[in-house]
Design a protein around this ligand. Sequence first.
Ligand code: C2O
Ligand code: CU
Length: 475
Amino acid sequence: MRARTNWILVAVALAAGAFAGWLIAAAVELRPDPVRAALAAEPGATLPRAAATGVVHEVELVAAPATLPLLDGRSLEVWAYDGQVPGPTLRARVGDTLRVRLRNQLPVPTTIHWHGIRLPNGMDGVPGVTQPAVEPGASFVYEFVLRDAGTFWYHPHLRGSEQVERGLHGALVVEPADAPPPRELVWILDDWRLAASGQIDERFVTRHDLAHDGRWGQVTTVNGRVLPSFELRAGEVTRLRLINAANGRVFAPDFTGFDARVVAFDGVPVDAPLPAGRLELAPGNRIDIELRPRAEDAGRQLRIEDRFPRRAVGLAALDVVGAAQEEPWPQHRVAAAPVWASAVDLAPDHVFDLDAARGGPDGIVWRIGGRAMLHGEDHGAHEPAATLHEGEWTKLRFVNRSGRLHPIHLHGQFFRVVARNGRPAAEGHWRDTVLLRPRDVVDVALVPEEEGRWVLHCHVMEHHDAGMMTLVEVR
Ligand code: C2O
Ligand code: CU
């Protein structure tokens, strides 16, 4: 009898304890987390956005098959925007409105995604999620205000493994409101896998590509040309806008030995200019550098090489001419940057596991959080894997449980890498795409600002089409 009473007392005490615990938890939930609130309030925790100027740029982009002299001058059958590969460089001032009518004359449906641009969700170009696919013969009008000055690019968001590889990609340069750089070059880095015929190998998304880091071609190009040369004057500063538009290849252009500095990453000015030695651009990434050839190099031809592969590959040649008076480095307005020093110790709000499994039409599916969003499925029917709250400091963790490379790209917002493999990382810049090496754990932080359902995916086009995408809702 006594034992029974004791048990009842214990049960009542446990229940009371649980209730008290619940009350405390509920109270904590109601009170905003002061640490995170402080992180969200740090200067520069969100990027400013330019006000609209009211200037509208009307552009028509026709996506259609074309035959063009490319690579080393051979005639190549491609898919092109306005008959050009890369597509035309779109240019506007920050704050201007871009209105682009996409006319689809391809044999397949397509869309345009404006990589890195902060825009209303409905203009993001993700079929099934933000708009219906644009069918052959149909058109779609994209219209948005350019809130950030910088180097961006555009490409289809449907079967990118084929469409981007066949040539559909171009640069979008948003010039600053103050003086644009006096001299600049846009370099779109790409690679091509050719068949024995010399034409684009039409075996897209092979099992081999899926078991590796996507499709890596045997020919590397800058603006569609093998080893093009560019004339620069010694002493003069040129802004070089680098964009990696390859399906899977990582580029590591080597600027050691040059007077050069990194001034922007993924379209956003860096906190302070960074040394430009060996750069690393994963698919999707952009890096802007300022380059000033030295007087002693006048009359010489210098080579920029890609050192990502074991054997360096020539990307472009620089013909240094004459010697001008050495220009000073341009002044850049230093933007406030968040420190987020306490970020490393905070628990992530969401964890995304990256792995592969058997299955799907190609034999291998790539997954985020144990789920695959396969090409051809209705992506709009997927439930968001995470809900982020506008204005709240948020930490995301990406865990690469595979032995492959995954450049992870989040649409609609920029983020900062706060830790790599548990160690604090202060990169000194924002990103929209971060490369995970085999088994890497990368923590990023952001204060989401753009409402909507945004995709988070691997920018290796083959991994992407074999499922490596998920939805993140911001509200
Ligand atoms: Cu550059 Cu979702 O893509
Ligand atoms: Cu991947």
